[in-house]
Design a protein around this ligand. Sequence first.
Ligand SMILES: [Zn+2]
Length: 222
Amino acid sequence: MRAGIGWDIHKTTPDRPLVLGGVRIPDAPGLLAHSDGDVLVHAIVDALIGAAGLGDIGNHFPDTDPALKGISGAAIAARVLQLLGGKGLRIVNVDCTVILERPRLEPHKAAIQASLARLFDLPPGDVNVKAKTYEKLGAVGRGEAIEAHAVVLLRRVHAEEPTPAKGAKSAAAARAAKSGAKGAAPAAKSSARKPAKPAPSAKAKKAPPAKATSRRGTTKRR
Ligand SMILES: [Zn+2]
């Protein structure tokens, strides 16, 4: 098991919509950022990257990269799931706290929890979302910023894949993204080997038997 901690803060702006955990929150100022400013996803992703021993979110998503301008929390989450898959790691649970003065998050918490579960390929019960205020103290208390904290736990599902040729790696990543999107299990398992890019169903069928069996023992799905 590997634990990770994450934190993020963004300044509020009336010029953008507020997105938290992939959920658009109506009637609230948004967050300034190079990305879509999803401070909650960023905190969780930072925790995941830390737990995996891969540095921090800035190493992987530099805010100087024009290609990442406006990138959504969902896209960042998908990329991080690929990274974790490549390291043979899977998320056990996520606990997170959003700190903001307004709006009240209570009515949105269930939607945020469900959204995070989708983004990070987890059962909703493995994602916990808390909301707090700063009791009017400081920048967050004045409504000038929103802050988020996250703690995550990862478990190893199989050995880290040997770093393959570049093409193979990106194909594995694409598959990991697919499996992440639908919560399917076997994709991560069969990744490193076949760079082709079969449809998920095809892949399941033609997974090379030798390898599938060799990995099956160590890959336990929740
Ligand atoms: Zn951020």
